[in-house]
Design a protein around this ligand. Structure first.
Ligand code: FNR
Length: 420
């Protein structure tokens, strides 16, 4: 992890800016307005995004001195896999907005670093392809799969089965996006249809999804054939057409039924999801199950009681509810509730090595990184995604040593002081 620091000391120019603010600024210059709105944007007035950063600022690192820190380790064990650093690439859908072949590039980046890539259910490339590309870089490079629970149980089974076949080492069920949050920037620019189009590769490559589309297409064709159009109905239609603006009319009489995208929208999520379905996942897979989007200690306790292996304390990068508790403010209570009975991950606003240090000290076993790797990707593909995360790892290593620690496993709340 010191390669990057060493390169900097020797004056080599980094692939991407080494500070998050600079990374974000530069990425914006190369991204389309729509991609920027979708990726950088948050829910509502952006208060949750701000809260995620401000919560970290309320904790200060209190270093210890005169401890031998010449040998350091960032290694952690997650579900039986030894990882070089307590970092994962968060699942990020519609990455194609930022870069062609986004998921493949991110897969390369993660495989080069040897840290897990959580394949998104809304990925821009089929998971099988990304898995193969990762194996080409590093055979068996760690990967997990993130699921949005569909209303179609057979589709859930199919996705989980494909994840297992693709070598996923855990299944992450995201619970905070049963519906998309209120996203004013996307609404203003009309980004969502573009994001949708970039995020259906896991579906269009899925055999069960193909069946569902075929069933619906047949049903739509049947119902059209059976329709008898009366003269009265035709007159009414002409009357409507005369009084309808062109754009609206084109929507009403679209020639293609567009069953594919509409089917995706109809089935990708199950807002009625409850603990019973989560319990049923145990019968579907022997992989560790991780619940993403837990912020309340009681939900964390319920997850542990349900036999869940891990949770991700997350507010989805501030993209779902405006004015929501920050991940870092929720973390300590959730970690206390879990009390070592499950793995605790955290994400949302964790952008630097110092941020990771604080998250670990507050009780996380590892953190997921979202936007930083997307910005690196936008700037320089796989190299950019890799270095955006490698920078965070390099700073974590320095912060660990400079604060008097030799292993991330030593970190606890004694390393921090709450300052306001
Ligand atoms: C996400 N996130 C996300 N989460 C998930 O479970 N499935 C998904 O498909 C997506 N898609 C997605 C797209 C984009 C553009 C972003 C920025 C985020 C949420 C993601 O996994 C993670 O929780 C946040 O990104 C973490 O916050 P930061 O690091 O971006 O602040």
């Amino acid at each position: 992890q010191n390669d990057i620091y060493g390169a900097g000391v020797h004056g080599r120019k980094p692939v991407v800016p080494a500070d998050f603010a600079g990374l974000e600024r530069r990425a914006r210059t190369v991204m389309s307005a729509r991609a920027w709105a979708y990726i950088a944007g948050g829910a509502g007035e952006g208060r949750t995004m701000t809260a995620n950063r401000e919560a970290l600022d309320r904790w200060a690192i209190v270093p210890r001195v005169l401890r031998d820190v010449s040998q350091r380790s960032l290694e952690v064990d997650l579900f039986g896999t030894r990882l070089p650093a307590p970092i994962l690439f968060a699942p990020v859908g519609a990455g194609g907005l930022a870069h062609p072949d986004a998921d493949v590039h991110i897969g390369h980046a993660a495989a080069e670093l040897g840290v897990p890539y959580i394949f998104s259910n809304q990925g821009s490339a089929p998971m099988e392809r990304v898995a193969a590309e990762m194996d080409a870089v590093r055979p068996g490079a760690p990967r997990w799969f993130q699921l949005y629970w569909s209303v179609d149980d057979d589709l859930v089974d199919s996705l989980v089965h494909r994840a297992e076949t693709s070598g996923a080492q855990a299944v992450v069920v995201t619970l905070d996006t049963t519906m998309l949050g209120w996203r004013p920037q996307d609404l203003a620019l009309g980004s969502l249809p573009f994001a949708r189009a970039e995020g259906i590769a896991q579906y269009t490559s899925d055999p069960r999804f193909a069946e569902i589309v075929a069933e619906r297409t047949r049903a739509a064709a049947d119902s059209t054939e059976r329709q008898e159009i009366s003269v009265g109905a035709i007159k009414t239609l002409f009357a409507i057409a005369r009084n309808t603006p062109g754009a609206l009319l084109r929507n009403l009489i679209r020639p293609e039924p567009r069953v594919g995208v509409q089917t995706f929208l109809d089935i990708y999520s199950r807002p009625s999801l409850g603990w019973a379905e989560i319990a049923s996942l145990r019968d579907k897979t022997s992989l560790p199950i991780v619940l993403k989007g837990i912020l309340h200690p009681d939900d964390a306790r319920a997850a542990v009681d349900a036999g869940i292996d891990g949770i991700v304390v997350s507010n989805h990068g501030g993209r779902q509810i405006d004015g929501e508790i920050s991940s870092v403010d929720a973390l300590a209570d959730v970690a206390d509730a879990v009390d070592g009975r499950a793995t605790v991950l955290v994400d949302s606003g964790i952008y630097t090595g110092a941020d990771v240090f604080k998250a670990l000290a507050l009780g996380a076993d590892a953190v997921c990184i979202g936007r930083p790797h997307m910005y690196g990707l936008a700037l320089a593909g796989a190299d950019g995604a890799r270095d955006a995360v490698a920078n965070i790892i390099a700073e974590l290593d320095l912060t660990l040593g400079l604060s008097g620690h030799t292993s991330v496993s030593e970190l606890d709340r004694d390393a921090l002081k709450q300052i306001r």
